[in-house]
Design a protein around this ligand. Structure first.
Ligand code: TEU
Ligand code: CA
Length: 565
C-alpha cells in the first residue's frame, strides 16, 4: 500500500501484513453525543472530545473510532446520514473536526470515522429525488421493487427496528427496501454510480487525513437480486440477516473499494458484518484478498439470545463463550480479528458477562484480560475502562433508542408483563451504553455537561467515574492501561498462536499464546467463589486483578503468566 500524501504525522509504517501497525493498536470507541459537552447544550461534541484527548492518550489508545458525526435527522442517532460530506452542527463544524484531527495526530492518535453506506437517511437528497420518478438521475440509487400481484410487499423481510423492511411510495407505485428504519433506505450497490459516490465521499475524508473507517453493516451491501423470503424474521432471530447479508457481489464490491480507494492510503478498516461466520471472516480479512483489515463478528453477542433476541435476561454459558471465542481465534489464520465486548449497540459487558455487584471491579478487569490476551485488535468502548455497568432508567419512557422503543411496544403487543419487559430492556437496551461519560462524581451531570443531557445519566456515576478511577491505583482504568501497554511490549500478544486449555472447566476460561520464545498463559475465573487453580504453569505472573496468589483462584480472579525460553 502506498502512503497517502495526506498521511497523518503519525509514523506511517509501510509494512507487510505481518507487522501492520494496527496489529499492535488498541482502538477507543467514542460515542460523541455522550462523551463530553463543551457548550452546555446537553449534547457531547467535537470540542468536548478535543478537551479529553489527554485522557485517551493516558489510557494508551492508538486509534479513536468516532460514531457518525455527519448531518443526520438522528432517527437512529446518526446512522441515518443526510449529507456525507458534512458535520452535524450539534457536534460542531468541519473546522472543529479538522482541529480535533490535528490534535489527535499531534498525540500520535489516529481517527477512524464510521462509514454508513448500506443505507442513507430518507432525507438525503438522493432519496428525495429517487422517490419522485423512475427516470431521474437518482431513480436507481435505492432498491425499488414492484408490489406483488396482490399489492403486498416484494418479500417477507422485516426491519431490525420492527415492521416490514419495505415501504410503499405512491409517486413511484413501488416499494423501497430498508433493513433498518423506514427512514434508512438501503442503497443500491448494483448501481456503479452509487459505488463511485461512496468512494468519492471516502476520499473526501481520507484526503483530509482521516485514518480509516469502521464500516456499518457492510455485509449487507450486496443483496440477492431474487430477494428470497426469509421466514418473515426480523431483529430477534440470529439469522435475521440471512436474507440480506453476504450477497453474491459482496467481496467484488469490497475488493473494488480497496483497489479504487483504500489501497491508496495508509488506513485501518474494520467491517461490521452481521451474520458472518469465522470461515467467511477469512474472505474479508485474508491480506491477499485486499478487502478489509478486520471485522466485527456477532456470534459471541448472540450466545445469550432469547425469544426476543438480545432482549433477554439469559446469561451466557461459559462453555459456549469458550467454544465461540476459541473458534474465531483458530479459524482466522492469516486473517485478523477485532476483539470487543462493548459498543454503542450492546449492554455493558460487566453486567452482561461479569458481576456488576460485589465483584464489579474484579470481573471488569477479568473480562478485559480475557479479551486483550487474545489475537486481534482490541476495541475499548467509552466507559468500559471504568467498569461502567448497565443503567435501569426509572421509566421505560426514558429510553431513547429506536430499537428499544420498538422492542418495548412489540413485547407489550405480545402480552409480555411489564416486569418481564423491564427486565429485558434493563438487560439489553443499547441505551445502557449511551449514558453520558462520567468525568467526576458531582451530580447532576458528573462533569459531562452543565445542561440536562440528551439522555439520562447513570446514577452510579457518583462512584463510577473518571476522577475516582484516576485516583484509585487499583482501578479498572489502570488495569486496562497495563493491558494496552502489554500489547505494545509483548510480541506474543500480537503474533502468538492460540490454544484453549482445560476446555471442560465449568468455571475457568484458560488459554495460552505461544511464539518462538514466549509463552503466555491466561487464566480467567467466571466464578463468584473460590475455585482451584486448574493447572500449574512455569513462568511469572505479569498481571493479575488480585495482589495475593495461591493454589485457588479468588472470585473472578484473572492471571497472565509469562514464560520466556
Ligand atoms: O448495527 C447493526 C446491527 O447489527 C445492530 O442493529 C444490531 O443488530 C442490534 O443492535 C442488535 O440488537 C449498525 C450500527 O452499529 C447500529 O447502531 C445501527 O442502528 C445499525 O447498524 C443501522 O445503521
Ligand atoms: Ca454540546
Amino acid at each position: 500500500m502506498t502512503a497517502s500524501n495526506n498521511a497523518s504525522p503519525v509514523q506511517t509504517v509501510q509494512s507487510s501484513s505481518a507487522d501492520k501497525w494496527w496489529k499492535k493498536s488498541v482502538v477507543y470507541q467514542v460515542y460523541p453525543q455522550s462523551f463530553q459537552d463543551s457548550n452546555n447544550d446537553g449534547i457531547g461534541d467535537l470540542q468536548g472530545l478535543r478537551s479529553r484527548l489527554d485522557y485517551i492518550q493516558n489510557l494508551g489508545a492508538d486509534v479513536i473510532w468516532l460514531n457518525p458525526i455527519y448531518k443526520s435527522p438522528l432517527v437512529d442517532n446518526g446512522y441515518d446520514i443526510s449529507d456525507y460530506k458534512s458535520i452535524n452542527p450539534i457536534y460542531g463544524t468541519l473546522d472543529d473536526f479538522k482541529a480535533l484531527l490535528a490534535d489527535a495526530h499531534a498525540r500520535g492518535i489516529r481517527i477512524v470515522m464510521d462509514l454508513v453506506v448500506n443505507h442513507t437517511s430518507s432525507q438525503h437528497e438522493w432519496f428525495i429525488e429517487s422517490c419522485k420518478s423512475k427516470d431521474n438521475p437518482y431513480s436507481d440509487y435505492y432498491i425499488w421493487k414492484d408490489p406483488k400481484p396482490d399489492g403486498s410487499a416484494p418479500n417477507d423481510w422485516g426491519s431490525t427496528f420492527g415492521g416490514p423492511a419495505w415501504d410503499y411510495v405512491p409517486e413511484r407505485g413501488q416499494y423501497y427496501l430498508h433493513c433498518f428504519a423506514k427512514e434508512q433506505p438501503d442503497l443500491n450497490w448494483e448501481n456503479e454510480e452509487v459505488r463511485q459516490a461512496v468512494y468519492d465521499q471516502m476520499r473526501f475524508w481520507l484526503d483530509m487525513g482521516v485514518d480509516g473507517f469502521r464500516m456499518d453493516v457492510i455485509s449487507l451491501i450486496s443483496k440477492r437480486m431474487e430477494f428470497p423470503d426469509n421466514n418473515g424474521q426480523y431483529a430477534y432471530a440470529k439469522s435475521y440477516y440471512a436474507g440480506c447479508s453476504n450477497g453474491p457481489r459482496l467481496h467484488e464490491f469490497l475488493h473494488e473499494m480497496n483497489e479504487q480507494v483504500l489501497s491508496h492510503y495508509d488506513t485501518i478498516t474494520v467491517g461490521e458484518t452481521p451474520n458472518t461466520t469465522s470461515k467467511q471472516a477469512l474472505l474479508f480479512t485474508a491480506p491477499e484478498r485486499e478487502e478489509l483489515d478486520m471485522i466485527f463478528q456477532f456470534e459471541h453477542m448472540h450466545l445469550d439470545y432469547g425469544k426476543y433476541g438480545k432482549f433477554s435476561t439469559n446469561r451466557v454459558a461459559l462453555h459456549d463463550l469458550k467454544e465461540n471465542l476459541s473458534k474465531w481465534q483458530i479459524d482466522l489464520k492469516d486473517g485478523w480479528n477485532s476483539l470487543y465486548w462493548d459498543n454503542h449497540d450492546q449492554p455493558r459487558a460487566v453486567s452482561r458477562f461479569g458481576n456488576d455487584g460485589k465483584y464489579r471491579k474484579e470481573s471488569a478487569k477479568m473480562l478485559g484480560m480475557l479479551l486483550h490476551g487474545m489475537k486481534g485488535t482490541p476495541y475499548v468502548f467509552q466507559g468500559e475502562e471504568l467498569g461502567m455497568k448497565n443503567v435501569a432508567f426509572e421509566s421505560l419512557d426514558d429510553y431513547q433508542d429506536i430499537e428499544t422503543k420498538f422492542v418495548i411496544e412489540d413485547m407489550r403487543s405480545k402480552g409480555e408483563s411489564e416486569e418481564e419487559i423491564e427486565a429485558c430492556i434493563h438487560a439489553a437496551s443499547r441505551d445502557n451504553a449511551r449514558t453520558p461519560m462520567p468525568w467526576n462524581g458531582e451530580g447532576p451531570y458528573f462533569g459531562f455537561s452543565k445542561a440536562k443531557p440528551w439522555i439520562n445519566v447513570n446514577p452510579d456515576s457518583t462512584h463510577i467515574n473518571v476522577e475516582e478511577s484516576l485516583e484509585d491505583p487499583d482501578s479498572v482504568f489502570y488495569f486496562y492501561k497495563k493491558l494496552i501497554e502489554l500489547r505494545k511490549t509483548l510480541p506474543v500478544l500480537v503474533d502468538g498462536n492460540y490454544e484453549l486449555l482445560d476446555a471442560d472447566n465449568p468455571d475457568v476460561f484458560s488459554y495460552k499464546r505461544t511464539n518462538g520464545n514466549q509463552e503466555l498463559t491466561v487464566i480467567c475465573s467466571f466464578a463468584d467463589h473460590e475455585v482451584p487453580v486448574p493447572f500449574q504453569t512455569d513462568g511469572k505472573i505479569i498481571l493479575s486483578n488480585y495482589q495475593e496468589h495461591s493454589d485457588t483462584l479468588s472470585p473472578y480472579e484473572a492471571r497472565m503468566i509469562l514464560s520466556e525460553k
